[in-house]
Design a protein around this ligand. Structure first.
Ligand code: PQ2
Ligand code: NAD
Length: 242
């Protein structure tokens, strides 16, 4: 009998939105790349320790230290820095041998590590990112072309309506209301079916118009309740009262 499902092709990466809140992240180095890494992990509300001597500290890294956004150890890396429950290590050093050594140490201790510029030593890669409120778009070329990842990401994001981040925000509001309107776990199918059909009926550009209106009229989300209760999909015109 022929196989029913397509064989899985390997060679890719596992793509996830890692929930890193309050996790301990150690960043080794305090230069330009460290400055970018700090932004990436602090957006996820991680607890960050930076170990780097004061000479060679990038002004942006210095500012994060001064604002108390990261803890700073003013010295070179010591092996014990990865002890005490560190969840992730990011190296951003201008010393290749030391980067490799730290990478191996983390592997030995089974701590996920990214070694800047040494893909073979990375347990995970960073991706080209676009953020707009709760919307997060990331592009990976699996290490084959970081600049190309940047260009693909720019092209993708330019194709979106300008208020897509707000749209995601209001979709979250609507989904929270829907769970209030029908809290029963066993009605999850009704909730999911209705939300999906509304999205499909209005399309991305319709959702953008609804978002614009919802930002001005705080009753708009609640006005969808009767349609949900009756399991009806209103047209955008009905909802916007045009
Ligand atoms: C996404 C982004 C995040 C970030 O790191 O901030 C990122 N690189 C970015 C930019 C960038 N990096 C480099 C250039 C110069 C042009 C070019 O080479 O294309 C540019 C372009 C620029 O600066 O505009 C040089 C470079 N990068 C790596 C090597 C080592 C090697 O390839 O061996 C070399 C030296 C190569 C050499 O010596 O020739 C390796 C990695 N870089 C990755 C991520 C991972 C794979 C991601 C993927 O491909 O999907 C990986 C594997 C590991 C990692 O670092 O996690 C960020 C996008 C910024 C944005 O979106 O604006
Ligand atoms: N993946 C990427 O996207 C990407 C992009 C640019 C550069 N890089 C690579 O990342 C690395 C870092 O680049 P950068 O521009 O941030 O360099 P940088 O020279 O600005 O910073 C290096 C930092 O490491 C610190 N340092 C050196 N030895 C140390 C040690 N033993 N312990 C603690 N800190 C130490 C220095 O004091 C300095 O703060 C380089 O290898 C560079 O080629 C990667």
């Amino acid at each position: 009998m022929a196989d029913s499902y397509k064989p899985i092709e390997g060679g890719g990466s596992l793509l996830l939105a890692w929930q890193i809140r309050n996790k301990k992240v150690l960043i080794v180095g305090g230069g330009n790349v460290a400055a970018q890494r700090i932004v990436s992990v602090k957006i996820g509300d991680a607890q960050v320790v930076v170990v780097a001597p004061s000479d060679g500290l990038h002004p942006e890294v210095r500012q994060h230290i001064e604002h108390g956004e990261v803890t700073w150890l003013d010295r070179r890396f010591q092996d014990t820095d990865v002890d005490g429950g560190v969840d992730m290590v990011l190296t951003a050093l201008d010393d290749h041998e030391e980067s490799l050594r730290i990478g191996h140490l983390c592997r030995q201790k089974r701590i996920p590590v990214n070694v800047a510029d040494v893909p073979d030593m990375c347990d995970f890669y960073f991706m080209s990112q676009h953020r707009d409120g709760p919307l997060q778009i990331a592009v990976s070329t699996n290490g084959r072309g970081p600049k190309l990842a940047n260009m693909i990401r720019t092209t993708v994001t330019q194709a979106l309506p300008p208020n897509t981040g707000d749209m995601v925000y209001y979709m979250g509001e609507l989904r929270a209301k829907v769970r209030q309107w029908e809290p029963r776990i066993e009605e999850s199918g009704k909730r999911m079916g209705w939300v999906t059909k509304v999205c499909e009926a209005w399309g991305l550009h319709g959702m953008a118009r609804w978002t614009e209106a919802a930002a001005k009229d705080t009753t708009l989300v609640d006005s969808l309740q009767p349609y949900f209760v009756d399991n009806q999909i209103p047209t955008l015109e009905m909802v916007l009262k045009e």
